[in-house]
Design a protein around this ligand. Structure first.
Ligand code: PGA
Length: 228
């Protein structure tokens, strides 16, 4: 079954030529929908048929130094934009209210938001507490937004960049919850997805794909995933 596979390069690689080489090494043909999200500085330099941004401003235009707007992303043909990644929630203090504004702005410019939600610093985190926080992130993040128009990436914080992915069954359970209780259209799983475990997530009925960090920087690994 065809999935949505999103590569989150984060603040990598260091140079434009490395970014171009990496994008050129990714197989352009896959039965899945593959989206590369390079750093903003390289967005217009790398060549790939489906590109996404890692963040955007709530503002559209004007005196907002250093920001990049949804209107500008739309003008260079960007179809997807990640918002609310835990590295931005924690590192930049982004709130659900701010993330909600970004989602509304993106939808106005016909860019599909990929809303990241997730909680828990250890795998043992109390399940009810986790669901409580996810619920709040969804309710506030998607306030006055049609949930069918948004892709939600469920990423337990403890699984990001740790080589300890959640179990596929857990991802499926959360995906089912998001779809039945919150009418979310598409749900991705993210957090230490690699070429060895990706298939087990893709086999889950309600998991529509993956958001991939570390493994998306390794062309061989990433190609194995998109060729599954
Ligand atoms: P990871 O990152 O695949 O390196 O765990 C995922 C993410 O942060 O989106």
């Amino acid at each position: 079954m065809s999935k949505l596979i999103v590569a989150n390069w984060k603040l990598n690689p260091l140079t434009a030529s490395e970014a171009q080489t990496l994008a050129e090494s990714i197989n352009p043909i896959s039965k899945h929908e593959v989206v590369l999200c390079p750093p903003m500085a390289f967005l217009n330099l790398v060549k790939y048929h489906n590109l996404g941004a890692q963040d955007c401003s709530v503002e559209i235009k004007g005196a907002y130094t250093g920001q990049v707007s949804a209107a500008q992303l739309a003008s260079i043909g960007i179809d997807y934009c990640i918002v609310g990644h835990s590295e931005r929630r924690m590192g930049q203090g982004e709130t659900d209210a701010l993330i909600n504004q970004k989602i509304k702005t993106l939808l106005e410019y016909k860019i599909t938001p990929i809303l990241c939600i997730g909680y828990g610093t250890t795998v043992e985190q109390d399940e009810l507490e986790v669901v409580d926080v996810l619920k709040q992130q969804i309710i506030d993040g998607l306030a006055e937004v049609d949930p069918k128009k948004v892709v939600v990436a469920y990423e337990p914080v403890w699984a990001i960049g740790t080589k300890k992915a959640a179990s596929p069954e857990h991802a499926e359970q959360i995906a089912l919850y998001l779809k039945t209780k919150h009418q979310v259209g598409k749900v991705l799983y993210g957090g230490s997805v690699n070429s060895t475990n990706a298939q087990s997530f893709f086999e889950q009925h309600h998991v529509d794909g993956a958001l991939i960090g570390g493994a998306s920087l390794l062309a061989d690994d990433f190609n194995k995933i998109i060729e599954l």
